[in-house]
Design a protein around this ligand. Sequence first.
Ligand code: 5GP
Ligand code: ZN
Length: 138
Amino acid sequence: MSDCIFCKIVAGEIPSHKVFENDAVFAFLDIAPLAEAHTLLVPRRHVTQLDQLTADESAAIGAVLPKLAAAVQKITGAAGYNILQNNGECAGQVVMHVHFHIIPRNGADGLGFRWHPTKYAPGRDKAVLAELQSALKN
Ligand code: 5GP
Ligand code: ZN
């Protein structure tokens, strides 16, 4: 896509600190890292959200993500890491080319959470489950 910054990075039209590439995916350092070695993994093809990936693209991402996570954790010595993947503006997505953040965690990183669990109304969990199972059949 011509006006997509990540498409331009994948194509080498604008510079990036490339971490890894193969014929399906491209990984590079985030320009505004939440911690050192914060890395982004993207499919080469422009799609906006995770659900638009093909099975092959998903498999290619799945094959690389654990290796990248291991490398990020190893070189940073982080106690852990988050894989963050935002879909849609309401979910915090700013760049509309699907991407996975690999964010090493330590005491002084820039990531925070707001996580307020709720409860299902009686019977609602079963209704939601039936809807989901039905949607998966299509
Ligand atoms: P989002 O909020 O869409 O999940 O995250 C987009 C990420 O892309 C941000 O962490 C931001 O720092 C990173 N980013 C935006 N523009 C560029 C760029 O031109 N180069 C690199 N390397 N990262 C970028
Ligand atoms: Zn793109």
